[in-house]
Design a protein around this ligand. Structure first.
Ligand SMILES: [Zn+2]
Length: 632
């Protein structure tokens, strides 16, 4: 039995809500769908992939459970979809045309599609709706890559990125994580290409231009995913493998060679893996994220192919999402810490076992520094783990706060209750809420019932609510420490002040994290000669490690170290992952001199960027221009 105290606490803490409509933290404000009247249970897609027109064309059949038989309208989410027809599917399969129209378009949320519900619906009978449609070349979820932007350069590719609210740009549906659907899909493609989905991919599927997929486990809409391209498969372990273009296959198999070991460790610690196979899909550079945890098939950026397995924590992260996020899902984007904070915590636990505690600590320190930086820019009302969230961009809620502050909360619980007790709690939690979506309040009540009240006087409910509803960090938040990174800081300062030579810095033994920390620890007043010597000695501008490059080029732009601007632009063209490029543009735009130069570089590079990345960079420049014009 769960208590319902937390909503009251939440309302009190958010006393500034004011009058007007009551804010409901359990409501998803990023969907038009009337999920209080209808809930989708299953979706059947039948889509043709048309590379010439950059469109998906076909139909979606939605199987709806009727909650309210007096409902007159079924409202679905769409964005830039061309709806051809809507029909109710009778039990004998015959189609009855249904009238439909559109509501007002919202820039962030898209356009509601209103479908007239039949008069005779009842809560005992499933309502089946068939929608014929095609997508727009501008669909925000779909990246259509011409052949020259792929690794092989011979075949085009398309891939989706549905999170947070982009599924509606390629499927008309109830686009909210608060409900879960199973799906099936028939996808037709050019015969030489392979289609893969977040479903039952078969590595031995012949290429005949027709693919059929089943996803029998219910998932939220943001996890429906598709990619089509010149993709090949190589196995890694018993239930793990990698899909990518042939040109990247060997490098990917090596880089992610530990994924089966990660899987075994995760199962031993967090409970059964519930999804069958776990494969990786390595995409071209324009994939906007490090990874996307599409179930059974994580999508990954090729920027992880460092050649030395140094960036595989992203794979640990995506795999961990098979438990936190995919199995137990945030009910709304405001509860995103349940996905990302929990996953960041599990990622650290995996990294401790697969590497060692030192390596995990290094990542924690860097994440902590990023979190402190975010606190400087994220408004206080967005700094809690479960903030009020009823407007804005679902893709950019609050920087890394859901991730890093969420992890610190769970580490705090682990420190206070001990790891064994924490692990018992997590096992029970994943079991209790498997294939469900939950709010922060449900988590809090469960935590209270299963841990806080069971072992009293360790962490109070008030303390836990402080993490969920207050800005910043509680005074007893764990502060990560890494001896290696502290030494890197000391070396940066000693070298800058002339106490030691570059040759005395023991970089050969450093992880990429240590190198990043060293770069971040360099004093602001380094001379140009010092930067030239440093770059030449450490090869920073020529690094093949995307994260070291990111860290270095932020410094290059911030310090206006122009000898490295050519390499900086190469970095911006080599990677399309938002994290790797947007912040470099931001450093250029805000250094007081290079706003126009940064915009020119963006114009040259943007054709290879994903729409999500483009939006993020455009936001950077809009903010910088407003600052430059003295606007508030
Ligand atoms: Zn994640």
């Amino acid at each position: 039995m769960l208590r319902k105290l937390s909503l009251i606490a939440f309302t009190i803490l958010l006393g500034s809500c004011g009058g007007g409509d009551a804010y409901d933290p359990a409501h998803d404000y990023f969907t038009f769908a009337n999920t209080n009247q209808f809930i989708t249970r299953h979706i059947a897609l039948d889509l043709e992939v048309d590379f010439a027109a950059e469109k998906l064309r076909g139909s979606a059949v939605l199987y709806l459970k009727v909650i309210d038989d007096s409902a007159e309208t079924i409202t679905l989410d769409t964005r830039d979809l061309d709806i051809k027809s809507v029909a109710v599917v009778a039990e004998d399969g015959s189609l009855q045309a249904a009238t439909f129209d559109f509501g007002d378009t919202d820039a962030g949320m898209g356009t509601p599609l209103h479908i007239a519900a039949p008069d005779d619906i009842d809560t005992e009978t499933e309502l089946v709706i068939r929608i014929a449609y095609e997508t727009s070349p501008d669909a925000s979820a779909l990246m259509w890559l011409p052949a020259e932007l792929t690794a092989g350069g011979k075949q085009p590719m398309v891939f989706s990125q549905s999170q947070a609210i982009h599924a509606r740009s390629w499927i008309p549906l109830q686009d909210t994580p608060s409900i879960r659907v199973t799906y099936e899909a028939s996808i037709s493609t050019p015969v030489e290409l392979l289609a893969v989905m977040s479903a039952n991919n078969d590595p031995l599927t012949p290429r005949r231009g027709e693919f059929h997929f089943e996803m029998p486990q219910p998932i939220p809409s943001y996890l429906i995913a598709l990619a089509v391209g010149n993709l090949y498969f190589a196995p890694i372990g018993e239930v793990t493998g990698v899909y990518t273009e042939p040109e990247l296959l060997d490098a990917s198999v090596y880089e992610f060679g530990q994924v089966q070991e990660m899987m075994d460790v995760a199962v031993a610690n967090f409970g059964p893996y519930q999804w069958g196979r776990y494969d990786l899909l390595v995409l071209p550079p324009s994939f906007p994220y490090g990874g996307m945890e599409n179930p059974r098939l994580s999508f990954l950026t090729p920027s992880l192919l460092a050649g030395d397995r140094s960036l595989v924590s992203v794979v640990a992260h995506e795999l961990a999402h098979s438990w936190s996020g995919n199995l137990v899902t945030n009910a709304t984007w405001r509860d995103g810490w349940l996905n990302e904070g929990m996953t960041s915590y599990l990622e650290s636990r995996l990294m401790e076992i697969i590497y060692d505690v030192d390596r995990a600590d290094e990542a924690k320190v860097l994440d902590y520094e990023e979190l402190l930086l975010n606190f400087e820019s994220v408004p206080v009302e967005r700094q809690s783990l479960a903030p009020r969230l009823d407007s804005g961009d679902a893709d950019d809620v609050q920087g890394t706060i859901h991730y890093h502050k969420g992890r610190l909360f769970l580490e705090h619980l682990e420190i206070e209750f001990g790891r064994d007790r924490m692990d018992q709690f997590l096992l029970a939690y994943f079991d209790e809420f498997a294939f469900k979506t939950i709010t922060s309040e449900v988590f809090l009540d469960y935590l209270d019932d299963e841990l806080l009240s069971v072992i009293p006087d360790v962490v109070s409910r008030d303390d836990a609510e402080g993490w969920l509803y207050q800005p910043g960090l509680p005074t007893d938040a764990p502060i990560p420490f890494s001896k290696t990174l502290s030494e890197a800081t000391a070396h940066a300062q000693s070298w800058a002040s002339g106490e030691i030579e570059l040759q005395d810095i023991p970089t050969a033994n450093w992880s990429p994290q240590a190198m990043r920390h060293f770069i971040n620890s360099l004093p602001a007043d380094l001379t140009r000669d010092q930067l030239v010597a440093l770059d030449a000695h450490l090869g920073l501008s020529a690094t093949s490690n995307a994260e070291i490059g990111r860290t270095w080029f932020i410094q290059v732009a911030t310090r206006r170290f122009e000898p490295a601007y050519e390499a900086l632009e190469l970095h911006l063209n080599r990677f399309g992952r938002t994290r790797l490029v947007a912040i470099v543009y931001e450093a250029l735009a805000s250094n007081g001199h290079d706003l126009e130069l940064g915009e020119a570089m963006f114009e040259r590079a943007r054709h290879a960027y994903h729409p999500i990345t483009i939006t993020a960079i455009e936001r950077v420049f809009a903010r910088a221009e407003a600052d430059a014009n003295g606007e508030v």
